[in-house]
Write a protein that binds this ligand. Structure first.
Ligand code: NAD
Length: 447
């Protein structure tokens, strides 16, 4: 019967030919036959494991049925974590973890092409893409090619060719009516949704300025181990290499830059900025900067300033603030989400009572849509354009030039290795002193 369900789906998609009917309508999750939504997890690290657990905690009947990772130890660790968690069925009763995490050894795929094997599985309905962002364009392309519903983490690429690929595949996903949720979870967070809706409705007038921040400490770093090839070392220590990570301006600060774009209702036409490596200068930190500041200039001339830095022992702030012609918002922290006029009057104050964890909400909503056969989410285009904004910021700080949107998006600088294999060379290599080349503003060419 399961096979019949799949065949029906395949046949009805094929029937529709080029102009697919909504393929999801024929999944029949709610049929008496089988309402299970089967998930493949691609990228079994911290976030992948978290996203899988959130998928399993929705009120749908979800199972993880395949896992793929470049490294066996990462996959095994996340599998162990997932089977040691407590789960409930749709009726809220506790269930054995092994009924939710059904991943036999022949469905645990390892290596650079592991993603293809997991995505190709016919019984997989939804894929979670949670590798480092450098791989996202290829994994997204494969998922759409195989008609999967998608949750993919931000950022969605690390260079302009990758962004163009995501934009192209996003169109195909729309054409096929495949839901795509991107992990820019502020779009699923009640206080952001409520305040930004009011801003868009004119509550504080036209937005004429603002600041967005991700300033704080340094994340994890993995030391080089004996006998590692350069490819393995960079893959393990991926945060510090642009082909994998995109620099922290994109990896993390994309969240805040995306909020600026959301509030402005568009993407910057030009960006200039400055940055460098002030503190984190050792060879373990690859090629990325440890601080960046930007002027994001929008089509109406508004400048939003952006700041991100990763210095230990310094002031922390991950937040956004905007000024409008009639009022302002100073913070999006849950309890401080207040729109005010210039006399101090409160226009809107968010009450966060009952607000849900946005990481859970994005899965609740995606899986509810899949179960109902609804096509509701097309986040990839904004995910790509906000990631592009962050990459454009990196281009500005690395070069010290004014960078325009069109020239940045059309850049042919491709950071991805020509070949993916453990003994292949990434494009960036250390010098004889073990240090990697780092951008020099005024000299480095980025477009
Ligand atoms: N939305 C959020 O708030 C949020 C929070 C944390 C992480 N993230 C995003 O999630 C992604 C992963 O971050 P993380 O913290 O889980 O990193 P991580 O290093 O813990 O996990 C990444 C996993 O992907 C695997 N991997 C690498 N290349 C692969 C490939 N080609 N094929 C299959 N597997 C591969 C790694 O071995 C690792 O297990 C990043 O894009 C990050 O920005 C988002």
């Amino acid at each position: 019967m399961e096979q019949n369900r799949r065949d029906f789906l395949k046949a009805s998609s094929l029937l529709a030919g080029g102009a697919l009917l909504n393929p999801i309508q024929s999944y029949g999750y709610n049929s008496a036959v089988d309402d299970t939504i089967r998930v493949a997890l691609i990228g079994c690290g911290g976030r992948g494991g978290g996203a899988a657990a959130q998928a399993l905690s929705t009120s749908q009947n979800v199972q993880i049925v395949a896992m793929a990772d470049a490294f066996k130890d990462r996959l095994d660790q996340t599998y162990s974590n997932l089977i040691s968690k407590k789960y409930k069925n749709a009726a809220g009763a506790p269930v054995d973890a092994l009924t939710k995490v059904k991943v036999p050894d022949d469905r645990k795929f390892v290596g650079f092409d592991a993603y293809k094997k997991a995505i190709a599985l016919k019984d997989v309905d939804v894929v979670i893409l949670a590798t480092p962002p450098g791989f996202r364009p290829w994994h997204f392309e494969e998922a759409v090619k195989n008609n999967k519903q998608i949750f993919m983490e931000k950022p969605v690429a690390t260079d302009a060719p990758g962004i163009r690929k995501v934009l192209e595949v996003a169109e195909e996903a729309k054409r096929k009516k495949l839901n795509v949720v991107v992990g820019l979870q502020r779009h699923y967070q009640a206080n952001y949704l409520a305040a930004i809706k009011r801003i868009q409705d004119g509550a504080i007038g036209d937005i004429v300025g603002g600041q967005v921040y991700w300033v704080g400490s340094s994340p994890w770093m993995k030391e080089r181990q004996a006998n590692q090839t350069e490819m393995e070392y960079q893959m393990r220590n991926w945060y510090y290499f642009n082909w994998l990570c995109g620099d922290h301006i994109s990896e993390q600060h994309v969240h805040n830059i995306d909020v600026a774009n959301w509030v402005k209702g568009g993407y910057p036409v030009q960006i200039q900025g400055t940055g460098g490596r002030a503190v984190r200068t050792g060879k373990a930190y690859g090629e990325i900067f440890d601080h960046h500041t930007l002027d994001l200039v929008y089509a109406d001339g508004t400048t939003i300033s952006s700041q991100c830095r990763q210095f230990e022992g310094t002031w922390n702030k991950v937040d956004e603030a905007f000024v409008g012609t009639k009022g302002r918002i100073d913070s999006f922290e849950r309890k401080r989400t207040v729109l005010k006029d210039y006399k101090g009057g409160v226009i809107y104050q968010h009450d966060d009572k009952g607000d849900k964890d946005p990481y859970q909400v994005e899965h609740d909503e995606l899986f509810a849509a899949v179960a109902k056969g609804e096509y509701k989410f097309a986040d990839a285009e904004n995910g790509a354009k906000s990631t592009m904004t962050a990459i454009m910021g990196r281009m500005a700080t690395y070069s010290g030039k004014m960078i325009k949107w069109d020239e940045a998006l059309n850049s042919n600088i491709n950071l991805f290795p020509d070949k993916l294999a453990w003994d292949a060379s990434p494009k960036i290599l250390p010098g004889p002193d073990g240090l990697y080349p780092v951008a020099v503003p005024g000299k480095t060419v980025v477009i």
